[in-house]
Design a protein around this ligand. Structure first.
Ligand code: RP5
Length: 186
């Protein structure tokens, strides 16, 4: 009985771990492109995709590296606007150029998420992402998973101005978050 319960519990957690693939959002047109420099960035960048899915925002999720797949990068970014993409979220670690180079290739807004994959725990990626020379802006978020989550929320807020459904979802998210904070710590 106990073994069956444990197996049931294990089954419930399958698909909820950091390697879970995003839902396909069938019929939902991608409005946000979520790019990451490596497959190894997915456990952090999943936080952005989870939020976008919760807000009902369609997204296109890709592994694209400014350093290792430059041709894939420029081809994707240059075709994105015509395909309906309205903004980019880019996560990368080390000498993180993904957000900056994406911003160089498109006038669409680019939200950068520095990731903590290097020996410097993301401080390198933070500086590389945030220190853009004047003229090519990248809106930079905090390091790692919380930065990715906030980038997803920020992207949703940007789209909510002209989309009442997303606005309602954001309001509900805030309400739920507030209700989940206990008044006392014990
Ligand atoms: C960066 O290098 C990626 O964004 C990733 O954070 C980091 C390590 O990549 P892998 O060596 O794990 O592919 O470009």
């Amino acid at each position: 009985m106990a073994a069956r319960k444990a197996a049931g519990r294990r089954k419930q957690t399958i698909g909820k771990g950091p390697k879970r693939a995003p839902k396909k959002s069938p019929g939902k047109k991608a409005r946000v492109a979520v790019l990451m420099g490596s497959k190894s960035d997915w456990p952090s960048m999943q936080a952005a995709v989870d939020v976008l899915e919760e807000m009902g925002v369609g997204c296109d999720v890709r592994v694209i590296s400014a350093h290792r797949t430059p041709a894939r990068h420029s081809a994707f970014v240059e075709a994105a606007e015509a395909r309906g993409i309205e903004l980019f979220i880019c996560g990368a670690g080390f000498a993180a150029h993904l957000a900056g180079v994406t911003a160089a290739l498109t006038p669409l807004p680019v939200l950068g998420v520095p990731l903590d994959s290097s020996a410097l725990d993301g401080l390198d990626a933070l500086l590389a992402t945030v220190q853009m020379p004047g003229g090519i802006p990248v809106a930079t978020f905090g390091i790692g998973k919380s930065g990715a989550k906030n980038a997803g929320l920020f992207a949703s807020a940007m789209l909510a101005g002209s989309d009442a459904k997303i606005r309602r979802a954001l309001d509900a998210y805030r309400k739920k978050q507030t209700a989940a904070v206990p008044e006392r710590p014990f």
